[in-house]
Write a protein that binds this ligand. Structure first.
Ligand SMILES: Nc1ncnc2c1ncn2[C@@H]1O[C@H](COP(=O)(O)OP(=O)(O)O)[C@@H](O)[C@H]1O
Ligand SMILES: [Mg+2]
Length: 353
């Protein structure tokens, strides 16, 4: 048994910036900037009616026509409040201070700045479930399981499979996304600055809810650790499920990634050598409380694996016929919903969610 991990990811696809104004020409300008950034606005002319959205909106934009009325209802302090004005007067700055606004922007001079703020709105707040998958032994089926989890999870909310194993086959290939345009690790390693969750979700190769971040062939240089952290944080904010395909080689990167997982699944072949190498992998780990086994059937009874390794069994990964063919066709390991692998993974995900 795994037990529910109750991730706090909330699907609010229409989380919109809150705009408070009754000035039609200002509203025209804001609507145009929002359309350019691909976001919809929640427009309110009544500050009291807007209080319900005040604290939860990803961004609050207050027109200078209403800033006095808004300050008068004393909404709770929050980050991300912007005052817009076409001719800011001293009074506007005083009220901005009172509201704890981040800035007063002047239109049209600050159009680009405001457009960027709209574009950066994180429409999916919260935090997705992070599952790590590591092979207990080489060729155990870890990458396959990671992709299967992403495919099945992607039916219920956006999922992201992150390849962190530089010597793996390239997970985009496993998922049939190798010819799909989108960013790879090397694009992110060289770009600086804060990574938006929505931009990451939209930038990676994606199909049917599952996205993949992987290495381009021949460019297998791990991104700097700090960048990997940013990517994982942005991935978690913008996806219901993040699956990490973890390298078996011990190192700072895999240790850090494992520590950030809600659960680490060690794919363990139920063979004498499979169990022996899984034990070697687990043995140096300081904390295995969040580790679970995903067993591949073999001559050793699956029920004996937990006792041998000291790690509880999460589920048995069934043998999937036609796997290589499905992957060759670009369909990923879960070709049919009702196939054994898809069903086992769906049952497991339902249990942890
Ligand atoms: N559930 C499964 N059923 C049948 N074959 C599988 C299964 N999982 C993996 N394989 C096969 O085993 C081989 C190794 O899988 P892979 O996922 O690359 O392992 P790892 O990432 O642990 O090295 C591949 O040829 C793959 O098709
Ligand atoms: Mg692999």
């Amino acid at each position: 048994m795994v037990g529910a991990l109750s991730p706090v990811w909330v699907r609010v696809e229409d989380m919109q910036p809150l705009v408070l104004t009754r000035d039609p020409s200002l509203l025209d300008d804001l609507a145009r900037l929002a359309a350019g950034a691909g976001v919809r606005l929640d427009v309110r002319g009544d500050p009291v009616a807007a209080l319900a959205s005040w604290s939860v909106a990803p961004l609050v934009v207050v027109g200078d026509d209403l800033v006095g009325e808004v300050a008068a209802v004393a909404p709770p302090q929050r980050a991300g409040v912007v005052i817009v004005s076409t001719a800011p007067a001293t009074e506007v700055f005083r009220l901005a201070l009172e509201l704890g606004a981040a800035c007063v922007v002047e239109l049209p001079a600050a159009e680009a700045h405001l457009g960027a703020l709209f574009a950066d709105v994180e429409e999916v707040p919260g935090r997705g479930l992070v599952l790590g998958v590591v092979g207990g032994s080489g060729g155990a089926g870890a990458s396959t399981l990671a992709c299967a989890l992403g495919q099945v999870g992607g039916r219920d909310g956006p999922s992201l499979v992150i390849d962190t194993d530089p010597v793996g086959p390239g997970l985009d290939r496993l998922l049939g996304l190798d010819e799909t345009a989108g960013v790879r690790w090397h694009d992110l390693a060289t770009s600086a600055g804060r990574l938006g969750s929505r931009s990451l979700r939209e930038a990676v190769p994606r199909r049917d809810g599952v996205g993949v971040l992987t290495w381009a062939a021949g460019a297998a240089t791990p991104a700097p650790l700090a960048r990997v952290r940013d990517v994982l944080a942005a991935g978690q904010r913008g996806h219901a499920l993040v699956v990490l395909d973890l390298a078996r080689q011990a190192g700072a990167l895999s240790a850090e990634l494992m520590a950030r997982c809600d659960l680490v699944l060690a794919v363990t072949p139920a063979t004498v050598s499979g169990v022996a190498s899984t034990m070697r992998l687990i043995e140096p780990m300081a904390d295995t409380s969040r580790w679970r086994l995903a067993a591949r059937r073999g001559p050793v009874p699956v029920r004996d694996l937990a006792a041998a390794t000291g790690v509880p069994l999460a589920f048995e990964v069934p043998e999937q016929r036609g796997l290589a063919e499905a992957v060759d066709l670009g369909l990923g390991p879960v070709r049919h919903r009702r196939a054994p692998l898809g069903r086992a993974v769906a049952r497991f995900l339902a249990e942890v969610a």
